[in-house]
Design a protein around this ligand. Structure first.
Ligand SMILES: CC(C)(COP(=O)(O)OP(=O)(O)OC[C@H]1O[C@@H](n2cnc3c(N)ncnc32)[C@H](O)[C@@H]1OP(=O)(O)O)[C@@H](O)C(=O)NCCC(=O)NCCS
Length: 148
């Protein structure tokens, strides 16, 4: 599938928030995306598969030489077509360009799809956060990928 990767814009937020509601049990609000867009050090990226159609989005927080992949989501109807992997590669490239040395993320222990994606991209499990998630309450695995 032909994908276009570009930074998220304010005009994308309503559609991003709709995908967010469809993919997470505790979705971020539109206002969260809006305030992050204004914050330095936050990379927000969109994958478009047709002009104007958002297939997926990702949010990476950069602090000094560490990154935190805070969000990655693919529109449900377009999952399992390689879009999550391609967007992750794009964001890891952006992180490298910014001088990020390690990218961390948390993932629900039951989220096999995401864990398959991350381990396939050489993320390694380094810890657990007990009771990190709500709805349902669940632990998070902490994964990290070294970029250097
Ligand atoms: C997790 C998510 C981003 C994966 O995106 P995707 O575009 O569907 O994944 P891809 O098609 O790029 O597949 C990447 C790998 O994950 C595997 N995978 C994807 N969905 C899977 C599933 N439901 N079960 C098992 N493996 C799965 C693929 O087989 C592929 O593995 P491979 O590289 O060994 O072939 C997507 O399922 C999603 O948006 N989920 C809801 C939000 C979410 O959980 N985000 C992550 C939060 S940490």
């Amino acid at each position: 599938m032909e994908l276009l990767f570009r930074p998220m814009a304010v005009a994308d937020i309503p559609e991003v928030a709709r995908i967010e509601v469809d993919t997470f049990s505790t979705p971020w609000r539109e206002t969260t995306f809006q305030s992050l867009l204004e914050r330095p050090g936050v990379e927000m990226w969109i994958a478009e598969h047709l002009p104007g159609i958002i297939a997926a989005y990702a949010v990476l927080w950069c602090i000094h030489d560490e990154g935190e992949l805070a969000n990655l989501s693919v529109r449900p109807a377009l999952q399992r077509r390689g879009i999550g992997a391609e967007l992750l590669d794009c964001v890891l490239g952006v992180a490298k360009e910014r001088g990020i040395k390690s990218v961390y993320l948390e993932v629900r222990t039951s989220n096999e799809a995401a864990q398959t994606l991350y381990t396939g991209r050489e993320f390694h499990k380094v810890g657990v956060r007990r009771g990190y998630y709500d709805h349902p309450k669940e632990d998070a695995w902490i994964f990290v990928k070294r970029l250097v």
